[in-house]
Ligand binder design. Sequence first.
Ligand SMILES: Cc1cc2nc3c(=O)[nH]c(=O)nc-3n(C[C@H](O)[C@H](O)[C@H](O)COP(=O)(O)OP(=O)(O)OC[C@H]3O[C@@H](n4cnc5c(N)ncnc54)[C@H](O)[C@@H]3O)c2cc1C
Length: 296
Amino acid sequence: MDVVVVGAGIAGLSCARALTDGGARVRVVERGRVVGGRLASKRYDGRYADIGAAYVVADDPGFAAQLTSWESRGLARPWTDTLLVHPGGKKTTGPVRWAAPGGLRSLAADLADGLDVRLSAPLDAVPADADAVVLAMPGPQALRLAPPPGIAAAAAGQTWNPVIAAVLTYPRREWGELPGIFVNDHPVLATVCDDGDRRGDGAPVLVAHSTAALAARYLDDPEAAGPILAGAVGELLGLSARPGVHLHRWTFAQPEPVDAPYAVDGRVWLCGDAFGRPRVQTAWLSGRAVAQALLG
Ligand SMILES: Cc1cc2nc3c(=O)[nH]c(=O)nc-3n(C[C@H](O)[C@H](O)[C@H](O)COP(=O)(O)OP(=O)(O)OC[C@H]3O[C@@H](n4cnc5c(N)ncnc54)[C@H](O)[C@@H]3O)c2cc1C
């Protein structure tokens, strides 16, 4: 069986990996210059910061085993089970959040290792030369490939919210133990994470994620959101230093959950994190579910 997987995010890579392990011939086609999609780490001043997913959580046994494999090879590390909530400053304890010393994108790179991945290769139509085509991406991006009606309907039924991520690099650590804050009822901020703490190198770097409302206002000019986000973080934490500010716009950041593992119409499949709670684990599971259905 020849399969083309379009999209080298975590969904596409888990799908391609499982298909390859099952004996299929798989080609992964990715429009970006690197793998990972929203599992994204970008280098600023020689150091990677996580600009997409903030951390990874596992409650599925299969994904937990994948995390354990990454941990055993030094790629992933348990970060924290306690975050702060603003306003109030109370601690909230939950599942262990996992981070990656090399940046979360390194986990996607590990999945891609040994696969046939073609980078910088944007597609504008569903490939005709394969037994099956897996569109592993947000529905609005899949719609640009003019997919068959069942996929177009599933994709059009998804609802997405944008986020602007701000990487804030400070001259020194001016804050105590953070490690991350859920910011509620704030006009600008949704979360702030201590990137030095989660990566384990102690670098004085914070990553803030905007509210969807702020991102929607600045989608055409994300740079203009920089001073607003940096100012809000400074005020929240009482910081005096002015940080370096680097921005990344995620037009399709967070979907409203759909209650199905994937969508399919004939030989074309759609998977990704919209098929469940919008999490890395969901994307990984959705990609694998497509692979298992194809192999089965
Ligand atoms: C700001 C932010 C914070 C988040 N925080 C968390 C968190 O803390 N924990 C968590 O678990 N999850 C978090 N998430 C969600 C998590 O990042 C996603 O669930 C997961 O990475 C989605 O993977 P995916 O493979 O489904 O999609 P994507 O990662 O979006 O992958 C889709 C891929 O398809 C490619 N593509 C699209 N169109 C084409 C085309 N025409 N041709 C070729 N390639 C194409 C894209 O370039 C991309 O690489 C966050 C996401 C964002 C944006």
